[in-house]
Design a protein around this ligand. Structure first.
Ligand code: 13P
Length: 255
């Protein structure tokens, strides 16, 4: 049984007051939700503060981690063991903004997945194609390469300890959501790619959709057979919208 998982990626947003209000707002609405796993990923500097406010009801994660596993002279980096000690459950790895704006390659992303797992964190491995890649028919080649890098580096067994997030780059922050059919097709491809190495692991793998998920399109997306919740950007910055999306996942249920 795959329990749907909805995670808010707050990206680089929020004053202290805004983050407090958002954390409190999400926490207040969680009580009525059953059958959905919920998490939020604030900026590094806000993680401890949010963790202290929300307690165990809400999972907290980071948006990135250092590829270096141990302490050392790596100015500006944050290690997985530090995130674990702060109480993080998740860490987003290979978000398209990390890949496109900060030059993260699939090989580096795979190494970060390994480091995150070793630190006891659940990686949320992001994959997805650009508009140009989709229009040239390269979606499966691109997503396949991103997955294979992790499969080759870490082995298929780790896919029972991580979450994959399919985030088509053209749908992130654009208001242009993949249609449920478009998203389902890629989710089925991802599950199939993992199933080619281990069918049981693939069956248990949770695959989130991300890219302009809103309260009014969440039920339809989450109802697709291979979509197990969402990774939410803009809509996760409004507690009511985020909670409505979590409610949609709870309504659809697991499979
Ligand atoms: P939006 O929901 O703002 O499109 O962002 C999606 C995303 O990048 C989540 O990681």
């Amino acid at each position: 049984m795959r329990t749907p998982v909805v995670i808010g990626n707050w990206k680089m947003n929020g004053t202290l007051a805004e983050v407090d209000a958002l954390a409190q707002g999400v926490l207040a609405g969680l009580a009525g939700l059953a059958g959905v796993e919920v998490g939020v990923c604030p900026s590094f500097v806000h993680i401890a503060r949010v963790r202290d406010q929300v307690g165990p009801a809400l999972g907290v994660g980071a948006q990135n981690l250092a590829v270096q596993p141990a302490a050392g002279a790596y100015t500006g980096e944050v290690a997985g063991f530090m995130l674990k000690e702060l109480g993080c459950a998740y860490v987003i790895v290979g978000h398209s903004e990390r890949r496109s704006l900060f030059g993260e390659t699939s090989v580096l992303v795979a190494e970060k997945v390994a480091v995150a797992l070793d630190a006891g964190l659940t990686p949320v491995l992001c994959v997805g194609e650009t508009l140009e890649e989709r229009e040239s028919g390269a979606t499966e080649a691109v997503v396949g390469e991103q997955l294979d890098a992790v499969l080759d580096r870490c082995g298929v067994a780790v896919f029972s300890r991580l979450i994959v997030a399919y985030e088509p780059v053209w749908a992130i922050g654009t208001g242009r959501t993949a249609s449920p059919g478009q998203a389902q097709a890629v989710h089925a491809f991802i599950r199939g790619r993992v199933a080619a190495r281990d069918a049981a692991v693939a069956q248990s793998l949770r695959i989130q959709y991300g890219g302009s998920v809103k309260p009014d399109n969440a039920v339809e997306l989450f109802s697709q057979p291979d979509i197990d919740g969402g990774l939410i950007g803009g809509a996760s910055l409004k507690a009511a919208d985020f909670l409505a999306i979590c409610g949609a996942a709870a309504q659809v249920g697991g499979r």
